[in-house]
Write a protein that binds this ligand. Structure first.
Ligand code: GUN
Length: 281
């Protein structure tokens, strides 16, 4: 069994980006710019945003951090995002989710032009992914693909099973694997026989959000198991996979923490650089 080291791959990706951002600055006389908007004081979101800002600095990306109070109005947030959309120094815009409940998320995200949608959440970017065209892909599923690539795991011709169908992970994950020529099954809460579906997977991606949901009896011998889950249980981070038992059957497996998690920010930074390059070409 090979443990997939997301921390190492994330560090490698970031080191490569540093070279790219330096070259961008030399050629265009300005830095790649990423704006991050946080509304409210959700502690988990504060940690994520802080890490994103730090990641920018380390990769040579200029960050534009905007913190609005939880009481910010719909129009205040929309005006801020629209101003960032018009700013030539900002190549990518990320609005940290979830937003406070009184805000209309869809309308706020609609203020981000597709060219600056570093999260790949827009209907246009999802449509491009579905049509196998160039665009920005959500950070977590593209982080999974980067891990597979760096460990030379080629999905072509393999049976891939994605458990979970969220817009942020499950759906784009299934499309990426399909675009990489896997035969893809998407399972969810209404799947008739989840165990039988999972047990056929050469590549199993768990993105359900339930601690230790994937047990060893659901996994084929020699399967590649990717755990996207981040669940907090008694103050500890636990994935969607029962790592201790499943790792005995898997050929490759991602740990939690230290697997997919560290890849997300690396891919966000990579998306920001890609948006900047598209903006100048
Ligand atoms: N909240 C949790 N994950 C994400 C993400 O990938 N992007 C944004 N914008 N918000 C998030």
């Amino acid at each position: 069994m090979t443990l997939i080291d997301g921390k190492k791959v994330s560090a490698d990706v970031r080191a490569e980006l540093k070279t790219e951002t330096a070259a961008f600055e030399t050629q265009y006389g300005k830095k790649v710019g990423l704006a991050v908007v946080l509304v409210g004081e959700d502690p988990a979101s504060q940690v994520y945003v802080r890490n994103k800002i730090r990641g920018c600095e380390e990769a040579g990306i200029r960050s534009f951090a905007h913190y609005l109070p939880a009481t910010a109005s719909q129009s205040e947030v929309e005006e801020l995002v629209s101003a960032l959309a018009a700013d030539d120094n900002v190549h990518g815009i990320l609005v940290q989710l979830p937003l406070p409940r009184h805000l209309d998320e869809e309308k706020i995200l609609a203020c981000i032009p597709t060219a600056k949608d570093v999260d790949g959440f827009s209907a246009e970017n999802i449509g491009r992914l579905a049509m196998h065209e160039e665009g920005t892909v959500a950070c977590t599923p593209s982080g999974v693909m980067e891990l597979l690539k760096r460990y030379e795991i080629d999905p072509r011709g393999k049976k891939a099973v994605v458990v979970g169908r969220s817009n942020i992970v499950g759906r784009p994950m299934a499309l990426l694997l399909l675009n990489a020529d896997a035969t893809v099954t998407v399972c969810h809460s209404r799947t008739a026989d989840l165990k039988a579906e999972c047990a056929q997977a050469d590549i199993l991606v768990a993105a359900i959000g339930k601690p230790k949901f994937i047990t060893a009896d659901m996994v084929k011998n020699g399967a590649v198991v990717v755990d996207v889950g981040i669940n907090r249980v008694d103050g500890k981070l636990v994935g969607d996979v029962d790592f201790e038992e499943v790792s005995k059957k898997a050929s490759y497996i991602t740990p939690v923490p230290g697997g997919v998690g560290p890849m997300t920010i690396a891919m966000l930074l990579k998306n920001a650089v890609a948006c900047a390059k598209r903006a100048v070409r």
